[in-house]
Design a binder for this molecule. Structure first.
Ligand SMILES: Cc1cc2nc3c(=O)[nH]c(=O)nc-3n(C[C@H](O)[C@H](O)[C@H](O)COP(=O)(O)OP(=O)(O)OC[C@H]3O[C@@H](n4cnc5c(N)ncnc54)[C@H](O)[C@@H]3O)c2cc1C
Length: 424
């Protein structure tokens, strides 16, 4: 039986959250903690988007953006390799040009420290906040303590002086650098071909990201939130103040709106005339449903850039970045690639029975999510753009948005998360 903490009086404090991914769900919970009466609307059920099938890494120490100096040098090699970590559908390439330019600019060395600090502030409380939400629910085992192993074939590749590790070390991230043999001491199923590793300590992981989202949505519901099904077509200012949310099931009025529709958020801002850079960065997973082995930690094959971990439904490998637009049909060859790579990582893995999935990351150019009010539109707030780290950043994003909606003091600088930070 779930415990339902007593909540404050909510009369006159209604908020409509658009999107029931992990960000919308965590925002609903945080708004309830602040005494708001919450309705969440989604065209699908809770945690069915990107939040359903991710790699489950809850990574409080993540502070390294996707765009780094010199990254462009690896891009041609990745694009030419059909099994590489990056693919672009060429018909789509012109549409992402302006985002790509901003992405490359975000990787300028002088911008990295501020970006890393902003990422850390959103990600650091993640494990603690998930634990707080799950405490007393009977579902505490959905989040486990673990290590995050970045493993390399080259014995010298795990180098503390490389920029990504330097950025982390400068911020006090608890790291350990492993040499030959030490990798397999920590995770015995890893092939001896992997000769060095970096271990990020004090990590968390969920054994089922989709179920975690659904359990948290169930808690919000038990505490009085309404979860509606409907495709939101437009959000427009209402003549009586507030906003009209037009859906395929009719329209809703709301004085306060939080938009958390992941990769689809941008199109719902267009009726308000708001533009910002957001790209649909598609990723895939392959579950080995009868793996014949299990892992204790999250394992990143740093050469092929995918994460493998044990989950309730088997061993899941997840990753890759594909740019083809949010709504293009999946290309499951991208998921099949994991079969060979995961077998190379874990030689005893039984790859006979698999399930594949595609999800769409909402990616900002600087890997920092958009969290804050929509300028010029009172009562309209956004929380999206978490890219590779939305499972991790969701609980703190919820806290930040709830404080903004409540006009409560928030002891942090919100400038890095502003929606208009790429203007001008
Ligand atoms: C392969 C892969 C691996 C990943 N691994 C990790 C990881 O290990 N750790 C980590 O922290 N992050 C990871 N991520 C990233 C993470 O999954 C995302 O950043 C996060 O799920 C985004 O959450 P969200 O709530 O913003 O979006 P979503 O989960 O996509 O939710 C958005 C919701 O909005 C709804 N919606 C959209 N448009 C409309 C509309 N018009 N009307 C109604 N509803 C609408 C959708 O139905 C959806 O439910 C991974 C992502 C992928 C693809």
């Amino acid at each position: 039986m779930r415990q339902c903490p007593k909540l404050p009086e909510t009369a006159g404090k209604e908020v409509m959250v658009v999107g029931a991914g992990i960000v919308g769900i965590c925002t609903a919970l945080a708004l309830q903690d602040k005494g708001f009466d919450v309705t969440v609307i989604d065209r699908d059920g809770p945690a069915e988007g990107a939040s359903y099938g991710n790699a489950g890494v809850i990574s409080p120490w993540s502070c390294v953006p996707q765009s780094l100096p010199g990254l462009w040098k690896s891009v041609p090699k990745w694009l030419l390799d059909p099994e590489g970590p990056l693919s672009v559908r060429w018909s789509y390439a012109p549409q992402m040009f302006s985002w790509l330019l901003k992405f490359l600019q975000a990787g300028a060395p002088h911008r990295l420290p501020a970006i890393a600090d902003a990422m850390l502030a959103v990600n650091q409380p993640s494990v603690d906040l998930y634990r707080q939400y799950l405490a007393g629910s009977g579902e505490e085992a959905l989040v486990e303590n673990c290590l995050y192993l970045h493993v390399y074939r080259n014995a010298n590749a795990a180098n503390p002086d490389d920029l990504p590790w330097r950025l982390r070390r400068e911020r006090g991230v608890p790291l350990e650098f492993l040499k030959n043999g030490e990798v397999q001491e920590l995770e015995p199923e890893i092939s001896p071909e992997f000769k060095s590793a970096v271990v990020v300590k004090q990590q968390g992981r969920t054994v089922n990201p989709g179920r975690l989202g659904k359990v948290l949505a169930g808690m919000a519901q038990d505490r009085g939130a309404r979860f509606l099904r409907g495709r939101v077509d437009r959000i427009v200012p209402d003549v009586n103040g507030g906003y009209r949310i037009e859906t395929d099931q009719g329209s809703h009025a709301a004085k306060t709106v939080v938009l958390a529709a992941g990769a689809w958020s941008l199109r719902l801002l267009s009726a308000l005339g708001v533009r910002l850079p957001l790209e649909a960065e598609r990723g895939y997973h392959l579950i080995f449903t009868d793996p014949g082995l299990s892992l204790t930690h999250s394992v990143m094959d740093a050469d092929h850039k995918f994460v493998t971990s044990s989950m309730e439904m088997g061993v899941r490998s997840a990753g890759t970045a594909e740019f083809a637009g949010a709504d293009a049909a999946p290309d499951y060859r991208r998921a099949r690639v994991f079969e060979r790579h995961a077998k190379a990582l874990l030689p005893k893995l039984n790859t006979e029975s698999t399930e594949e999935w595609m999800g769409v990351r909402p990616s900002s150019p600087d890997s920092v999510p958009y969290i804050g009010p929509v300028p010029g539109h009172p009562g309209f707030f956004c929380g999206f753009g978490h890219g590779h780290l939305g499972l991790t950043g969701a609980p703190m994003t919820g806290r930040m948005l709830a404080a903004l909606v409540a006009k409560a003091p928030l002891n942090m600088d919100m400038t890095p998360y502003r929606l208009d930070r790429f203007n001008g």
